[in-house]
Design a protein around this ligand. Structure first.
Ligand SMILES: Cc1cc2nc3c(=O)[nH]c(=O)nc-3n(C[C@H](O)[C@H](O)[C@H](O)COP(=O)(O)O)c2cc1C
Length: 176
C-alpha cells in the first residue's frame, strides 16, 4: 500500500485546509446568528464546531479571516457577546449555504436569504424561526492561532436551549 506523506510545515494553507476537512469528517454545522453594535443581524455557517464542556455547557467555533480581517461573526460576538447557534437539519441546506455568501456587514442576512426570525430570550441576536434546536450563547473567550493566516477559536457558554418538543424523549434526551 502506498501512502502520500504531507508535512504540515511544508504545505501551504490551501493544502492544509484540504487535509483538515478531508481527515476530520463528518463535521456538524453551527449555524450562527450574531448581531453588531448597531443592531444589524448576521447569519453564517461554521463547520469547525465542537463541544468544549458539558457542565457548564460550552462550545467552540473556529473563524478564519477574510481579506486579512476577522469575519463578521467573530467581530460581532466579541462586540455584543450574545449569539445563537442553530442545528442544521435536512431541508435547510440551501439557506444554510446561501448564508455563507459574502454580505456587506450592514446587510441583514436573514432578510437577504428570506428566513424569518424570532427574538431570543436572553441574548440580543435573533433566532431562526422553526429551527429544531437553537442555543442561546454568551461569549467566553477567544483563542487566536496562526501568524500569516489567523484563526480565532471563539468559545462560548450555552445559556438557554430551545428544543422542538417532538425531538425529546420522555427522559428529555434529544432523539438525534
Ligand atoms: C458548510 C460551510 C461551513 C463553513 N465553515 C466555516 C468555518 O468553520 N470557519 C470559517 O471561518 N468559515 C466557514 N465557512 C465560511 C463562512 O460561513 C463564510 O465565510 C461566511 O461568509 C462568514 O460570514 P460572516 O463574515 O458574516 O461571519 C463555512 C461555509 C460553509 C458553506
Amino acid at each position: 500500500m502506498k501512502y502520500h506523506v504531507f508535512d504540515a510545515e511544508k504545505i501551504d494553507h490551501r493544502q492544509a485546509y484540504r487535509l483538515c476537512v478531508g481527515s476530520i469528517v463528518p463535521r456538524p454545522i453551527a449555524w450562527v446568528s450574531s448581531i453588531d453594535a448597531a443592531g444589524v443581524a448576521n447569519l453564517a455557517p461554521f463547520s469547525f464546531f465542537t463541544l468544549v464542556s458539558h457542565y457548564p455547557p460550552m462550545v467552540s467555533i473556529s473563524v478564519g479571516e477574510r481579506e486579512r480581517r476577522a469575519k463578521d461573526t467573530a467581530a460581532n460576538i466579541e462586540a455584543t457577546q450574545g449569539y445563537v447557534i442553530h442545528t442544521v437539519v435536512d431541508g435547510w441546506e440551501d439557506q444554510m449555504n446561501r448564508s455563507a455568501a459574502n454580505f456587506e456587514p450592514q446587510q441583514d442576512e436573514f432578510a437577504e436569504i428570506g428566513l424569518e426570525t424570532v427574538p431570543s430570550d436572553v441574548v440580543a441576536a435573533p433566532r431562526i424561526k422553526g429551527a429544531p434546536i437553537a442555543m442561546e450563547c454568551t461569549f467566553e473567550r477567544t483563542l487566536t492561532f496562526g501568524d500569516e493566516w489567523k484563526t480565532q477559536c471563539v468559545i462560548g457558554r450555552i445559556l438557554r436551549w430551545h428544543v422542538r418538543e417532538d425531538l425529546l424523549t420522555e427522559a428529555k434526551y434529544i432523539d438525534a
